[in-house]
Ligand binder design. Sequence first.
Ligand code: MTE
Ligand code: MO
Length: 380
Amino acid sequence: DPYSQDPSRHPVLKVNSLKPFNAEPPPYMLTENSITQTELFFKRNHLPVPQINPDDYKLVIERPNGKVHDKPLNLTLSDLKAKFPKHEITATLQCAGNRRSEMSEVKLVKGLDWNIGAISTARWAGARLRDVLLEAGYAEGSSQTQHVHFEGLDRDLTGTNYGASISFKQAMAKENEVLLAYEMNGQELPKDHGFPLRVIVPGVVGARNVKWLGKIVVSKEESSSHWQKNDYKGFNPCVDWDNVDFASSPSIQDLPVQSAITEPHPGQKITPDIDGELTVKGYAWSGGGREIVRVDVSVDGGKTWKVAELTGEKQKAGQAWAWKLWQLNVPLPTKSSDVTIICKAVDSSYNVQPDTVAPIWNLRGVLNNAWHRVCVTVDA
Ligand code: MTE
Ligand code: MO
């Protein structure tokens, strides 16, 4: 069993697949803290967790073609910690498949059945990818170098490693704060999250945040990895498995604006407290460093709206990598009834979420950011 060496995990996680391990925390736990507890952070593995001895570990970075030193730059973990300034950011990571289960309610899609928990937030610390690329000899604005490939040390039985790429421009821009992270929430990176080193590309889909990083290659082409080329792409709802052409869509990079209700949970029976009020809670986040500027909440199925109260750390414009948590106290009907709660977020570019899932349905069930709805019963 190639999975026999996988680490142990927190029992509260809802497991969507055991081998490889894929799991998410219960929704209400997501909004207990702006920083997700490491044990509760969602886990998305495509392959067995590789066993890496940190003393033998080295990161291999291929040199620019035609440069004097063509031997790759090899960096040990101590090199990475000693030679490059340590940079720390708070960033939310979201899998493209977050909320896929709602997409399957429209029409079955292929993929893990994520609820709203394939998203979490942590403090990440490490070397800036930019600094490491400069050290390896890459120059800013080089036109020959358009993509940066990340190769994971996890591999399948045929010897294929996990891999993905981002643009060279994305990797080099200082304000993008792309990290080679060796710490998560102040501790060394846990096995499930890429020990000893992973890429953090804030604002960009989870799939490019390569864990167990073994190698970096700069190329004119995008990564040829299955997960770059034939997965993690969006399509028109008319596209099915008989006519899909993966080459026709760009790979997902920045994610769209998102929000979800973490409390109450669907089907919950609610007895109004003494004030006749209910507290609704959730998260909201957008890709590309766009800040959440507003979350709208309705408790009458979308007829009327209120503005939720946002909490979360102050972030710089264009570098809002972390989600905002939100909450709102709403009056409840005095008669027993079914109530549909809805949330929708607005980001700093005034991007909004689509109201329903059907028009954004796609065969892989990615990028579901429709208004989130939770139906509850009020027991007055
Ligand atoms: N990196 C490697 N090497 N192998 C993987 O399977 N999964 C990717 C990404 N990086 C993956 C990987 C996907 S699809 C996601 S959503 C994130 O890791 C999940 O990161 P997490 O498990 O730390 O939450
Ligand atoms: Mo993912």
